[in-house]
Design a binder for this molecule. Structure first.
Ligand code: 5RP
Length: 225
């Protein structure tokens, strides 16, 4: 039977949403998997659950508002109780690649302020080594050529992300360079190296930020972490 990735995303999201408690400040992720969680949270809000949402992108903010989830400014709180977000790849060590949807900057800020960061995914996202998915690196446009040459020194082959024939622009007005690093053997070292390049705003390696990954595998959910 072919694997139904959409249904795996949905059941992972539904399992994650059970961890949201009344009164929580909730980080709302971005992407097709996180969308299931946002919709499930909205359904609970309609039934009376009192939560305050902090969206990780303009698109998630628009969806949450439309669905009636009350939103608050991230700078009005010191911490976020729980965040539910997707990922492009994850390992058993809970290292992630994120940013396929271009929202990695706010996603990483929200994750950094979150007490319990839950990643939800379909079974295709689990990998032994990160790197099959090109690593998104968000850069200030002024620095894009310089960053590209520094990335080449790290053996990465980068290309500026395009959308409809023009460069993709993030919510914060930056560019994304999608970098093929092949197999990423040492994500911590690569993360540190990328953090040291001037002009890099953020990158999609999430190290030590996820507390749990909930994966849909067929009709079951499996929890890592
Ligand atoms: C957006 C992200 C997404 O969580 C990631 O791209 C996974 O998306 P999807 O759930 O649609 O596969 O990091 O920046």
């Amino acid at each position: 039977m072919p694997v139904d990735l959409v249904s795996e995303k949905r059941i992972a999201a539904e399992a994650a949403v059970k961890l949201v408690k009344d009164g929580d400040v909730v980080g709302l992720g971005t992407g097709s998997t996180a969308e299931f969680a946002v919709k499930a949270i909205a359904a609970l809000v309609k039934q009376g659950l009192a939560v305050k949402g902090i969206p990780t992108s303009d698109s998630t903010a628009a969806m949450a508002e439309e669905l009636g989830i009350p939103l608050i400014d991230i700078n009005s709180v010191d911490q976020i109780d729980v965040t539910i977000d997707g990922a492009d790849e994850f390992t058993e060590q809970l290292y992630l690649i994120k940013g396929g949807g271009g929202a990695l900057l706010k996603e990483k800020i929200v994750a950094s302020k979150t007490i319990t960061q839950i990643i939800i995914a379909d079974s295709s996202k689990k990998v032994e080594f990160l790197g099959k998915f090109k690593l998104p690196v968000e850069v200030i446009p002024f620095a894009s050529r310089y960053v590209m040459s520094e990335i080449a020194k790290l053996n990465g082959a980068g290309a500026i992300r395009q959308m409809n024939g023009t460069p993709f622009i993030t919510d914060e007005g930056n560019l994304i360079i999608d970098v093929d690093f092949k197999k990423i053997e040492d994500p911590v070292a690569l993360s540190n190296a990328l953090n040291g390049i001037v002009g890099v705003v953020e990158h999609g390696l999430f190290i030590g930020l996820a507390h749990q990954v909930i994966v849909g595998i067929g009709t079951e959910v499996k929890v890592f972490g």
